[in-house]
Write a new protein. Sequence first.
Lengths: 226, 226
Amino acid sequence: MTTPARKDSCLTCDAKHSSALCSSPDVVKVIDSVKVTCHYKAGQTIFQQGQDPLGLFAVQSGLVKLEVNSSDGHAHTLRMLGPGGVVGYRSLFAHEPYKANAIAIEDTHLCYIPKKELFQVFADHPEATLNFMQSICKDLRFAEEKWIDQMDKEASERIAEAILFLQDHFTDQKWTRKEIAQWAGTTPETVMRTLAQFEKEGLIDQAGRKIIILNRTAIQTKAAHT
Amino acid sequence: MTTPARKDSCLTCDAKHSSALCSSPDVVKVIDSVKVTCHYKAGQTIFQQGQDPLGLFAVQSGLVKLEVNSSDGHAHTLRMLGPGGVVGYRSLFAHEPYKANAIAIEDTHLCYIPKKELFQVFADHPEATLNFMQSICKDLRFAEEKWIDQMDKEASERIAEAILFLQDHFTDQKWTRKEIAQWAGTTPETVMRTLAQFEKEGLIDQAGRKIIILNRTAIQTKAAHT
DNA sequence: TTCGAAACATGATGGCCGTCATATTTAAAA
DNA sequence: TTTTAAATATGACGGCCATCATGTTTCGAA
């Protein structure tokens, strides 16, 4: 934690409505009393692979990227989390050191819930545990689906899919070619060429670093693999 | 279920010691009373994508493959489960239809626990829920790691990794080139050529369909990417 | 035991796309 | 404002490996 902890109230937090953690008013009340809020500037690291998880992070506002660095130096984005997203739960529950790096993409406010207090919440609220488990299962689905997609689809299809996903989930966010590449499992050069091609076909418009989708249906068709 | 349900006792079941489901003697006792055992012959389908999960399967003996068919007709093996493994939990907990097919690779005995009874177990035994959650998190790790591996590594490296993994986890099991290919994310032809190459280098020996690893260290080096 | 499908085996071909190189533009920091 | 690193942009090259084709062998089922 790089900035002094602050105290915001869960009661006025919008993100709770979409968070797997804040499943009921009762749970929110408890979490409100045990959480610590903290702030990260764009680019700052929240945790790194190898460290031991001591608690769990919930995104209040901002954007967090979970990425791994593979042996050959390439970085891959595993998950991208906006308000309501939970970060660092996998390693915590698996009782392992972190296997990925969590990085704030933009200025981000997080809630930190210490391990001990979190497990107490689960012990007192079994339904919260099941609710969280459902969320984990969806993440597992997401991972397995993206895995298969990236194996089977061509780069242009993955890039089409990427800009659709990023657009839908993080409206108005600007992405570098590198970030899109790490999300789509390819290189910045290939993203470049593909986006240029999409633009030539009249499917998108590139206003600086912002991508405007002109023909959503066509992009979806491209993303769907033939 | 294709064969009449049988009743085996959990008390004499060896698989329980390695199962995420059977976390304590108390839980085992309850599961023993609510489970139904059933048998699948090699090649038989346990469930298919699109169906609604009504319960959960635990492998008592045998081998089960979880695979998805991607849009272009290719099949990918997501997970492989021996005794103690749990199948069908992801869709069940996510409240979704199955996204993958579960197939018995060899003659397999399964325990089936109906949805309602399973959730009752979790309600009565919070610690069993957390234990199961840990197992799911490990599966998530496995999926994300394999995903990155398959993106970054060359076919020969993935094949080296595959034969090590399959050998270590399912000793004495024989694998077809196709099964190895679907596990490693490549084609039977590439598996062929690569195994022939490994054999020429004296790293393995192919006695019919059984692969004998002669130089484990060398294979591990190959699997590790450069 | 016979038969047919599936698995094994190997060669030839071609295209996708990662890599490297280089120039320009943007944006952030000093 | 100046400076400098990062991002954008484009071209050339080449290798990995999927695909197709064809023949042989194995193995399970009738």
